[in-house]
Ligand binder design. Sequence first.
Ligand code: SDX
Length: 435
Amino acid sequence: MATRNTLSVTDNRTGQTYEIPIEDGAVRATELRQIRTDEEDFGLKSYDPGLLNTAPCSSKITFIDGDRGILEHRGYPIDQLAEHCSFLEVAHLLIRGELPDRAELDEWVHQIKVHTLIHENIKKLIDAFRYDAHPMGMLTSTVAALSTFYPDAKNIHAAQVRELQIYRLLGKMPTLAAFAYRHALGFPYIYPDNELGYTGNLLAMIFRMTEKKWKPVPALEQALDKIFILHADHEQNCSANAMRCVGSSHVDPFSATAAACAALYGPLHGGANEAALQMLREIGSKAGIPQFIKRVQAGESRLMGFGHRVYKSYDPRVKIIKGLADTVFEVTGRNELIDIALELERIALDDDYFISRRLYPNIDFYSGLIYQSMGFPVSMFPVLFAIPRTAGWLAQWQEGLLDPEQKIARPRQIYRGKRARDVTPIDKRQAPSSG
Ligand code: SDX
């Protein structure tokens, strides 16, 4: 019998049967609306808190197979991109759809480099923050502020306008990040050095002091560039979803990127690299691991840097980042927390609590160790995630804007509250009885 790509659904409330088309392994949620008990009935909705099993979009940017630990950007496996490409090549691939040839890359890099400076007024905004302001809070605020300096960015339907904002954001994120760092330390701002590469310039704006010319250690510059590739995009993660959702209102890309930064800041998402390092510090030594694991198993603590909504096997980025950690440690000296991390991973991968929940280390488990060894303070870790992820956010944002199927995001809800109550005049209202 020819297989029909449909779902036959019988509504047992009415005995009615419905044929619902299956496309790309999914059914359209709007097809459920036809399943009604009577003319008055709104029809069925799908209910999916946390969007565990809901695709709000189709995409051609990143493919992940969480069970097989596969991650591809526009069809290229992440390990090949990390080995053969620079971060800006991968940013081009994500945003424009193909790896650039030499001439395209030179033009792409040039356009980004001419946008590394920020308006001088933004320095006053950064100066207004307290000395102990979290750099991710500063980055989120200053990215949003960029929308006030570039009102032309609102014209999102013009390809050239989008292109210019993409250059601006890719060029300015490292500068905003570095200025936030320098503000926290009370150091003078270091302006971009466009003779350096993308990550070399970031390192110079972060670490340069009175040197006339600051040159990055090549091994560290290269390692950071590869780490940026690993962080560039990850399909519909929380911050990419925020970028698409806010972008669907047709706001400018600076405001949408600020929303994505805010989502990434959370400890369950990009803030996990900061939380993971603090966790390793609290464990303190290998001897402290068993006690900590007990607390996790009791639900009193989470193993930060472990677990993933999609990867139910090894995160393919972890193997690569562990190799980069060794490269960095050859230059900076071994970070003693890595031994705790490796032992923690070894124990967790052999422990039923983690195995039964299919919890494996994710990229955040190791990235913080590298950043700490490079001399970054823990609070800068999510900022170092946001810089490269800006390429992925922009790719997702633009794809969403150009998708004819997309509309402004406006989800439904299941209402479980009270209905149709009369207002009691204030003098007659009684405080609700406690208990
Ligand atoms: C990133 O989405 C992406 O792609 C994100 C990202 C990207 O590149 O954009 O990969 C980057 O954000 C990686 C994730 C970084 N976050 C952390 O490392 C924080 C710690 N991990 C978690 O909080 C958790 O694993 C999540 C948030 C990553 C995933 O959460 P889910 O899919 O909602 O899973 P869950 O919270 O429902 O957990 C399922 C079970 C629960 O146990 P039970 O209630 O069933 O008994 O696993 C447990 C959880 O308690 N669990 C953990 C755990 N993660 C999940 N228990 C201990 N430690 C953990 N880390």
